[in-house]
Design a protein around this ligand. Structure first.
Ligand SMILES: [Fe+2]
Length: 210
């Protein structure tokens, strides 16, 4: 249990350091990122729910290149240790038609809205998610009411926003999605590990545009 707690706490700490660094960098201009920094700094007790980690998540985290960038590198190392003792969710379990996406896209919630059932910790001001996407998977265009900040932690995927083209974003890139802005991610030969932050309307649903 002590080991489990230390791995999970190290993940929260390294993620908090990455977000805190981005918050301190005014050139990034990330709206309301301070809410996510505070949510991580201020988190409550760790969940005692049973872990649930697909083997593929462990394989993808080992396969993705360790970034050179300091904060992202620390997050990936902590995530490799903590992944087996986290709860990984399938956010599209209500979409049996999304077979390909669901076989290669996994989410774990580090700070969740109290209405969310599976989360490592809970908070009401921001939600913090880690996503893992297998190679050659399209996360199709989708949108939601919640304003969102994304950081590519490891792996270079192609990202699409609004009417724009798919563009490769290397580790360390930040993406800003205002409410109901369509966005999509296409992985190529490598997995993608990303950090997603919601800073309002935490209980909203995601709409896949298909
Ligand atoms: Fe999103």
């Amino acid at each position: 249990m002590a080991h489990t707690d230390s791995a999970r706490r190290r993940l929260l700490m390294t993620t908090g350091a990455l977000i805190g660094g981005a918050h301190a960098d005014a050139t990034l201009d990330l709206p309301d990122i301070g809410l996510a920094a505070a949510a991580l700094a201020d988190h409550g007790q760790l969940s005692d729910a049973e872990p649930n980690c697909p083997n593929l998540v462990v394989e993808l985290l080992e396969a993705v290149d360790l970034p050179d960038d300091g904060p992202g590198r620390a997050v990936l190392l902590a995530l490799r240790d903590a992944a087996p003792v986290l709860q990984w969710i399938d956010p599209y379990e209500d979409r049996p038609d999304q077979t390909t996406l669901r076989a290669g896209y996994f989410v774990t919630v580090l700070v969740g809205d109290p209405v969310r059932e599976a989360s490592l910790t809970f908070g009401s001001d921001a939600s913090v998610f880690i996503t893992v996407q297998a190679p050659h998977i399209l996360y199709p265009p989708h949108s939601h009411l919640a304003p969102e900040l994304y950081c590519a932690v490891a792996g270079t995927a192609e990202w699409m926003k609004g009417d724009g083209p798919f563009e490769p974003k290397p580790p360390g890139s930040w993406m800003v999605h205002s409410p109901w802005t369509s966005h999509a991610m296409q992985t190529r030969s490598e997995p993608l590990v990303a950090l997603a932050l919601w800073t309002a309307d935490l209980d909203c649903a995601v709409t896949l545009e298909d």
